[in-house]
Design a protein around this ligand. Structure first.
Ligand code: HEC
Length: 101
């Protein structure tokens, strides 16, 4: 039996550089949007839910903040935005701004 099959994933989990851990964390935040906004924020044509991949960071952040404080009316986004801290919203907006449309 090859020991490396067991050891490598454990080593990877413990020894990820901080930058990679951040990316993994941000990706897991962004993944919560995929159910409605599509994988990586890309919707299929004709979707009622807006695509968010490649959306300018400042615009997205303002929308998320407006959903959260109730100044932008919404069906679901006000509830979703409330689940994230300001720092998490910034990370999410940065992530999707860099995503290919
Ligand atoms: C349950 C489905 C659902 C999930 C999950 C979801 N959204 Fe939304 N999103 C919507 C809908 C529907 C709208 C349209 C506004 C509304 O009715 O709430 C919207 C609108 C938006 C808008 C405004 C787009 C524009 O053109 O102004 C942004 C930005 C956004 N969502 C970002 C996100 C992010 C980031 C996440 C993950 C943290 C997320 N959404 C998760 C359904 C969802």
């Amino acid at each position: 039996m090859k020991l490396s099959w067991f050891v490598l994933p454990l080593a990877a989990a413990g020894a990820l550089p901080a930058q990679a851990q951040d990316l993994l964390y941000t990706r897991s935040l962004a993944a919560t949007c995929a159910n409605c906004h599509g994988t990586e924020g890309r919707t299929v044509p004709g979707s009622e839910v807006p695509a968010i991949a490649g959306m300018p960071r400042e615009y997205m952040l303002r929308q998320l903040q407006a959903f959260r404080d109730g100044s932008r009316p919404a069906t679901v986004m006000h509830q979703i935005a409330k689940g994230f801290s300001e720092q998490q919203l910034e990370q999410i907006a940065t992530y999707f701004a860099a995503a290919k449309q």
